[in-house]
Design a protein around this ligand. Structure first.
Ligand SMILES: *Cc1c(COP(=O)(O)O)cnc(C)c1O
Length: 392
């Protein structure tokens, strides 16, 4: 059996005609920059997230960059973020001329640990931390209750890196109502990279916010800071979303909840399959915590609605396991093999510090196939081969 890490072809087949028609319509319209498809997607994504405004941009990376630019983050400033994420999270901070400051992650959720954040914020006597940039890694919200409380206490804006987490939910601290990722901080940044839960046929991204002045500023900055045309009071860039991507994403957005549901079902099935082996008890494999799976059973525990952009396990003897799985036609990937604070590009820029939870995650995590169309038989094959590896 062949089990790829991700199979975009099956999903495409189910909506290929609709997509080709929509793309053809954009081509025939001759409106190739901004236009009605972009505006419609902005409204639909904002409404899906329960946010007031959506600002389409060229990628998830540019969503983050333009948000930090809008906050005026620059040289001498610091941005508090996680050391365990895709490079873009840190790259945008450095591109603004600012410095990332890392709070270690929680070893269970892999998300930034509010306790570690608290210590850093308390030590920031010169008040150089200008933004807090949590990441909702793998599709599970960071501990936003604690993060928003800290942000309010220190008066620092929160930009959510929700690139992997469109549709993930977390209960509001005061009301207990479930809120979608991106709609909790000042702004939330999404990526429409093809492997995200809502992926285009190329690059794309969006920022959502409830702040109308911030939304206006984002719109201005994504278009070189021009307002009106050819008059530039701020320096922006070309961060616009392509209408061809927008029209495709509008079609896919209608299926997103279904896909989340299928991914969550697959995650649940993996957890059941692993529970039937000795691997979890032997601590050879660590699975995502089961209480994250349902809204209903989370009363006393971790409150999170995970949309499983990735299903990530912790494993012993990872490199040999990867070779073994690939030799059995099973796709898998390490997200991420090097923690951000250990990246070579920081050498000479930042003093290297120890962030043991992030470093351990980089050494031991492994993502398995979790895409919506994955079948139970494929999942059984994957777990069977992992068991066979440790029994070999
Ligand atoms: C994908 C991703 C990004 C960047 O998105 P692009 O659309 O690829 O630029 C940023 N942060 C995280 C956590 C991501 O997973």
């Amino acid at each position: 059996m062949k089990v790829p890490l991700l199979d975009l072809g099956i999903q495409l087949q189910s909506m290929r005609e609709e997509i080709v028609t929509a793309v053809t319509n954009v081509i025939d319209s001759t409106t190739y920059i901004q236009g009605p498809e972009v505006v419609a997607l902005e409204e639909e994504v904002a409404s899906y997230c329960g946010a007031k405004y959506g600002v389409g941009v060229s990628s998830g990376t540019d969503a983050l960059l333009v948000s930090l630019m809008a906050l005026g983050v620059g040289p001498g400033d610091r941005v508090l973020t996680t050391p365990y994420s895709f490079f873009a999270t840190m790259g945008v901070v450095l591109r603004c001329g600012a410095t990332p400051v890392f709070a270690d992650i929680d070893p269970i959720s892999y998300n930034i640990d509010p306790q570690a954040m608290q210590e850093i914020l308390a030590g920031d006597k010169e008040k150089s931390i200008k933004a807090i940039l949590p990441v909702h890694l793998y599709g599970q919200c960071a501990d936003m209750g604690a993060i928003l409380t800290l942000a309010a206490e220190y008066g620092i804006p929160v930009i959510e890196d929700a690139a992997q987490a469109i549709g993930a939910e977390y209960p509001d601290v005061s009301s207990g109502e479930w809120v979608k990722s991106g709609a909790m901080g000042l702004a939330g940044c999404f990526s429409f990279f093809p492997s995200k839960n809502l992926g285009g046929i190329g690059d794309g991204g969006m920022v959502v916010t409830n702040d109308s002045a911030f939304a206006d500023l984002l719109r201005m900055l994504r278009n070189h800071g021009a307002e009106p045309k050819y008059y530039h009071s701020r320096i922006g860039g070309n961060f616009r979303l392509d209408p061809i991507q927008a029209t495709v994403l509008r079609i896919k957005l209608k299926h997103l909840e279904q896909w989340h549901g299928d991914r969550r079902k697959n995650a649940s099935h993996y957890n059941e399959l692993f529970a039937q082996t000795a691997l979890v008890q032997d601590k050879r494999v660590g699975v995502p915590t089961a209480v994250y799976l349902n809204k209903a059973n989370e009363a006393g525990g971790n409150k999170n609605y995970h949309i499983y952009n990735q299903y990530v396990i912790r494993v012993q003897d990872r490199d040999a396991l990867i070779d073994w799985l690939r030799s059995h036609d099973i796709g898998c990937e390490i997200y991420y093999p090097v923690a951000l604070h250990e990246q070579e590009c920081l050498r000479g820029l930042l003093d290297k510090e120890a962030l043991p939870n992030a470093e351990l995650a980089a050494q031991s995590t492994l993502a398995l196939p979790i895409y919506p169309e994955l079948t139970p038989a494929m999942q059984e094959y994957v777990v069977e081969k992992i068991v066979a590896f440790y029994e070999r």
